[in-house]
Design a protein around this ligand. Structure first.
Ligand code: HAM
Length: 435
């Protein structure tokens, strides 16, 4: 137990973490360009927020939440998603009192107790955006275009956008009733859960993965056939804007989402290459959520994307990411006296903005050189008593093997010169994302 992490979690080690940093950087740039600012909310919230926000009859709340009593006997849940928390923060901090829409994004871990498999984890990471305060269908289109823009910047191919409208509190009850009638005639083949859902939340049956339920759902009425005219106008406008933006989409009238807060626009982004867990992102409009959480009647739209799934799709499509620069220089001490001096020197190099390191294992000169080679450092500064007495160090280019003595007073300058020269002539990895 002590040396095993909990199922469905992962350690992101150096070598892998650079991909995450790259992805996060692309995301941050994207958000800046679309006018979204970062929000960081707690990892845990009061359970009630998700019960009310995400919906009590959803799988997420019923089966997948990490819920526990804290020492003050309050029911707390690790966040299974970000939207409810952002809405809570929007209300608590009175962000509705300022100029609208409020465009926020987040990046961070989410928790769902589900059966782990490739692309599905118990602790996973989401990037999400939420735009609160506007009914404008152009914003729905912008959010979808933004999602697709992200995937294209990452170099992902064969990504599909599936769109639907889920109607509103005026027209959805009509659709719900039509669905109930349809499934009542087929309730013999529904799974236990769906028989239960039939009365409480029949839309969820459309999302069930059980074979019997999928078969029963064939030919089910679609929500698009029950939309009221304001919802129909909204949906038409959204699709029109997507076309204007040149964002390809497929209308999927059976698309329902695993969270109850959606109304009108709902969408999912699917990648062919990630296997069973093909949804790399999803979102939609949630115009009633702010009010359901005790706030004013404020509309909202957003989406979230699973970072593990995005990275998995990139890996399967052979997309490499630019590797971040490593150390600029490694200090090798030729003898004991130099070892002490190198501690000061390495610090000086760092203070001048260079990435530098030295040995802390008491290695021999030869072993230090070998270690520097393993680190892949391009430049080594060798200092020994002799050089230090002359106020100098030897700079060795690890690629060419050429050595040169430089005065200590010029060490920073000389290292910088060589690093710039090397960076400028560095080969470009041909398969960079977005290149
Ligand atoms: P969601 O569809 O539940 O929506 O999750 C969004 C994305 O998170 C999924 O498309 C998937 O990529 C990723 N994801 C979900 N569960 C897991 C898991 N167990 N392991 C790995 N990745 C996972 C939401 O969470 C909504 N809050 C999205 C939203 C934002 N709607 C409006 N605003």
């Amino acid at each position: 137990m002590l040396t095993t992490r909990p199922r469905g979690t992962s350690d992101i080690l150096p070598g892998e973490v650079e991909k995450w940093q790259y992805l996060e950087q692309v995301i941050r740039n994207l958000c800046r360009e679309y006018g979204y600012r970062e929000i960081r909310t707690p990892i845990f919230e009061h359970t009630e927020l998700f019960e009310r926000g995400v919906g009590e009859a959803t799988d997420i709340v019923e089966k997948e939440m990490y819920t526990f009593k804290d020492r003050g006997n309050r029911s707390i849940s690790l966040r299974p998603e970000g939207t409810a928390a952002v809405v809570r923060a929007y209300l608590e901090n009175r962000l509705y009192a300022g100029p609208q829409p409020v465009k926020l994004y987040y990046l961070g871990p989410m928790f769902r107790y589900d059966r782990p498999q490739a692309g599905r984890y118990r602790q996973f990471h989401q990037f999400g955006v939420e735009a609160l305060g506007s009914h404008d269908p152009a914003l729905d289109a912008e959010v979808m275009a933004m999602a697709m823009d992200l995937y294209s910047r990452l170099g992902l191919r064969e990504i599909e956008l599936h769109v639907n409208s889920l109607g509103c509190p005026q027209c959805r009850p009509v659709f719900r009733e039509r669905l109930r009638e349809f499934f009542r005639e087929r309730d013999g083949v529904l799974c236990r859960h769906c028989r239960d859902r039939l009365e409480r939340n029949p839309l969820r049956i459309l999302d069930c993965k059980e074979e019997g339920c999928r078969g029963a759902a064939q030919g089910a009425p679609t929500v698009l056939g029950s939309l009221c005219s304001p919802c129909e106008d909204h949906f038409r406008a959204v699709l029109g804007y997507l076309e204007q933006l040149g964002v390809p989409y497929t209308v999927n009238p059976y698309l329902v989402r695993g969270l109850d807060y959606y109304n009108r626009t709902a969408f999912e982004v699917v990648a062919r290459d990630v296997g069973a867990q093909s949804s790399i992102g999803g979102g939609g409009r949630y115009d009633g959520l702010v009010e359901a959480c005790g706030g004013p009647d404020v509309p909202g739209i957003g989406f979230a994307s699973g970072l593990e799934r995005v990275l998995l799709a990139m890996e399967r499509q052979g997309i490499s990411v630019p590797s971040p620069p490593g150390l600029d220089v490694f200090l090798v001490a030729a003898d004991e006296a130099a070892r002490e001096q190198s501690l000061v020197l390495v610090q000086q190099l760092r203070k001048s903005g260079l990435a530098a390191d030295r040995d802390y294992m008491g290695r021999s000169l030869k072993a230090q050189m070998k270690f520097a080679g393993k680190l892949g450092v391009g430049l080594v500064a060798i200092c020994g008593a002799g050089e230090l007495a002359r106020g100098a160090v030897i700079l060795r280019d690890m690629r060419t093997g050429i050595q040169e003595e430089v005065p200590l007073s010029k060490l920073v300058e000389e290292v910088k010169l060589r690093c710039t020269g090397r960076k400028e002539s560095a080969p470009v990895n041909g398969n960079h994302a977005g290149a």
